[in-house]
Write a protein that binds this ligand. Structure first.
Ligand code: FDM
Length: 212
């Protein structure tokens, strides 16, 4: 996909159950990398600011009902509409920290009972992350942290199914981090592993596509 030896930013994705600490860790990592002088941006999916994102948001907050396949494709479309910008930013040397990506797409929809391979198909051709940080936490422990906000998927029984489906997606780009640890320990491990990948991408690791 990209020519090698061109310095570029890294695509770092955070995945994990609700209340696993993704959003806090993404924010901390942003400050850390900025402090080191890197060009870095924080993204999240769903991106609720686009018109597709607004349909997704209405669904998640139970203001609209959609067929499971339809919402799955909207989540995917929401990533596709950002793909070109994502590639341009990475090539311009900006590291992107992304709170949820295709793995959430597949794990959540297949947890509802949709076919796993069908769920993966629309993600084919999106940019593959250089690193997926999976914040691993037992669903019961995540639920104990409280603060499920009442959106559609924030229920313990469903989160247990999501956890099982996430694990089917693990590949060599994944780094599992025990998210039951204190926030500072998680932060330190995240910083170390991400920095390693940022340096590899600066040295010109080529971009690649999901799911190859
Ligand atoms: N979610 C998120 C999906 O079901 N599919 C997707 O492709 C993505 C990116 O949307 F419950 C689910 C996961 C979560 C919800 O996520 C909204 P945030 O992180 O709470 O905004």
């Amino acid at each position: 996909m990209g020519a090698s030896n061109e310095s570029r930013g890294a695509l770092v994705v955070f995945e994990g159950l609700d209340r696993s600490g993704k959003t806090s860790q993404c924010g901390k990592l942003l400050s850390y990398l900025e402090g080191l002088g890197h060009s870095v941006e924080l993204w999240r999916f769903p991106d609720r600011t686009t018109s597709v994102g607004q349909m997704i948001s209405a669904y998640l907050t139970n203001k609209s009902q959609l067929d499971d396949h339809t919402i799955h494709l909207l989540f995917s479309a929401n990533r596709w509409e950002k793909r070109l910008t994502m590639e341009a930013k990475l090539k311009a040397g900006t590291t992107l920290i992304v709170d949820r990506y295709s793995y959430s797409g597949v794990a959540f929809s297949s947890a509802k009972g949709l076919d796993f391979e069908w769920c993966k198909a629309p993600e084919n051709g999106l940019i593959a992350p250089d690193l997926v940080v999976y914040l691993d936490i037992p669903p019961e422990k995540a639920a104990d942290r409280g603060g499920y906000g009442g959106e559609r998927y924030e229920q313990l029984e469903f989160q247990k199914k999501v956890a099982q489906h996430y694990k089917l997606l693990e590949d060599s780009s994944w780094k599992m981090i025990d998210a039951s640890q204190c926030i500072e320990d998680v932060e330190k491990q995240v910083e170390e592993i991400v920095l390693e990948h940022v340096v590899t991408c600066q040295k010109g690791k080529p971009l690649s596509s999901l799911w190859s």
